[in-house]
Ligand binder design. Structure first.
Ligand SMILES: [Zn+2]
Length: 411
C-alpha cells in the first residue's frame, strides 16, 4: 500500500539524517520544506521532498494537503492514563482552598486512585483507559509512555501493567511501559517504609521482569514520598532487572533527585518545576533528557519548568502531558505545546522539537519516531488549512487537526 500526500503547504521537522535529540540553541531550528510531498509505503515514510521533485510513481491513494501543514505525531513520554474512576472531588476541594499536599494527607491524592484501582476489575480499567488512549490518538499523539503506580500492591501493579500491555497489543500507537510501584507509600506501609521498598525490590520487580511487563522503572522522588536514598535504591534494583530509570523529580522541592537520576544514567528526569542552578549544572553533558509537564503546572497553579534558563544552558528539553486523574486530567499535547509557548516562553520551533524528537528520545524511540525521516514510522498530523504553524500554539483552544495518520493509516 502506497499513499502520496501532495501539495503540503509546509512539512515540518524534516531530518534527512536521523538525530536522536536536539539541545540548547539547536532547539530553535525546525527544518521544513514548503510545498512538499510525502510518500508512505506500508507503515513507513518512504520519501519526501519539494513538489517540483515529485517522482513519477504508482500510488494506491492520494491525499491533497493543499493549505495544510504536515508534521510528525506528538511523542508523549510521560502519562498515567491507565487508572480507575476520577478525582473530580479533589479538584473542587482545591478550588475551595486545600493544597495538593493537604488533600494527600487527608487520604486523597495517589492513595485515593490506588483504592479505586484495586477495587476495579481489570476489564473495567481496560475499558476506561482505552477511551483515553483513543482520545489522545485523535489529538495527534502517535507514541506514548504509560506508567503503573496506582496499584501499590503486587496484584494492583501487575493488573495495571497487563492493561498497558493489552492496549499496546490492540492499538497501532507505540506504547512504552514504566513500572512506578514507588509512586507513594500504601497506607498499610505508612509506618514501615523500608518494608514497602523491600516489597518493590524483592517481589514486584522480579515478577515484572520475568513477565517482561515494563521497559522502565520510575520513582516519585519528593519530600514526603521517596527520599533520594530510597530513589537510588529502587533505581539500582530496576537496573539490575534490565529496567532503565525515568524518574519524577523536583516537582515541589529540589532535594537532589536530578543528581541521583544523572548518577544512574536515567533516560529522563521529569517535572522540574523547581530548579536550582546546581540542578541545571548537573544535567549538562549527560544523556538524561529533562522533561517538562506544563499542563500539570497549569492545573495545580504551581511554577512552570524554567525552559529559557535550561535551553540557554545548552540543555535539551522534552514536553509531555503527565495525563493522570489527580494533577493533569488532560492528554492533549496541542495544549502542552501552546502552554509551553505561552507560559514558558518557548518558541513554536522549540516547543515542536520538544514535543516530537525530544519526546521520542525520552521513550527510547528516536530511531523510529519524532521526525520526518525516511524509514521512520509514518506517524503524521495533517492540520486543517491554516496560515502557518504558529497557529498551533497561538490558537490554543482550537482543534486544528484534520487527520492523524498512525503506522500509515488514517485513524
Ligand atoms: Zn507523572
Amino acid at each position: 500500500m502506497t499513499t502520496l500526500i501532495k501539495n503540503i503547504k509546509e512539512l515540518l521537522q524534516v531530518r534527512e539524517t536521523s538525530v536522536s535529540k536536539v539541545s540548547g540553541a539547536g532547539m530553535a531550528e525546525l527544518p521544513t520544506i514548503k510545498n512538499a510531498f510525502l510518500i508512505i509505503k506500508d507503515n513507513l515514510i518512504a520519501d519526501f521532498g519539494s513538489m517540483e521533485n515529485l517522482p513519477e510513481i504508482k500510488v494506491d491513494k492520494v491525499i491533497n494537503a493543499e493549505g495544510r501543514i504536515v508534521l510528525p505525531t506528538w511523542c508523549d513520554s510521560h502519562t498515567h492514563i491507565v487508572y480507575a474512576g476520577n478525582r473530580e472531588q479533589e479538584f473542587v476541594d482545591r478550588i475551595n482552598g486545600f493544597t495538593y499536599e493537604e488533600i494527600a494527607n487527608r487520604g486523597g491524592g495517589i492513595l485515593n486512585s490506588a483504592k479505586k484501582l484495586n477495587e476495579t476489575s481489570e476489564e473495567k480499567i481496560y475499558e476506561q483507559s482505552k477511551l483515553r488512549l483513543e482520545e489522545v490518538m485523535r489529538l495527534g499523539t502517535g507514541a506514548v509512555e504509560i506508567k503503573s503506580g496506582y496499584g501499590l500492591t503486587i496484584e494492583g501493579e501487575l493488573k495495571m501493567l497487563r492493561v498497558i500491555k493489552k492496549l499496546a497489543e490492540n492499538y497501532p500507537i507505540s506504547i512504552k511501559t514504566t513500572f512506578l510501584g514507588a509512586h507513594a507509600f500504601p497506607t498499610h506501609y505508612k509506618e514501615n517504609k523500608a518494608g514497602y521498598i523491600d516489597e518493590i525490590i524483592t517481589k514486584m520487580l522480579p515478577e515484572i521482569a520475568q513477565n517482561k511487563l515494563a521497559d522502565y522503572v520510575d520513582v516519585f522522588c519528593e519530600s514526603g514520598y521517596f527520599s533520594v536514598e530510597e530513589t537510588e535504591k529502587i533505581m539500582q534494583a530496576g537496573i539490575e532487572f534490565g529496567l532503565k530509570p525515568k524518574i519524577h523529580v523536583n516537582q515541589f522541592n529540589s532535594i537532589g533527585g536530578i543528581q541521583a537520576g544523572v548518577k544512574f544514567n536515567a533516560l529522563s528526569v521529569d517535572h522540574l518545576e523547581i530548579m536550582n542552578p546546581e540542578d541545571i549544572e548537573a544535567l549538562k553533558g549527560t544523556e538524561t533528557m529533562p522533561v517538562a509537564l506544563p499542563s500539570c503546572s497549569y492545573f495545580l497553579s504551581i511554577p512552570y519548568t524554567p525552559a529559557r534558563e535550561m535551553i540557554k544552558a545548552g540543555l535539551p528539553l522534552a514536553l509531555a502531558t503527565d495525563f493522570n486523574p489527580g494533577s493533569t486530567p488532560s492528554g492533549n499535547m496541542n495544549f502542552v505545546v501552546a502552554t509551553a509557548c505561552i507560559k514558558m516562553k518557548m518558541t513554536p520551533e522549540e516547543a515542536i522539537n520538544a514535543a516530537t524528537i525530544n519526546g521520542a528520545y525520552a521513550m527510547g524511540l528516536s530511531d523510529t519516531h519524532g521526525s520526518i525521516t525516511k524509514g521512520k514510522k509514518a506517524n503524521l498530523i495533517v492540520t486543517k488549512p491554516i496560515s502557518s504553524y504558529y497557529q498551533i500554539p497561538y490558537a490554543f483552544g482550537s482543534n486544528l487537526i484534520e487527520d492523524v495518520i498512525i503506522e500509515g493509516e488514517i485513524i
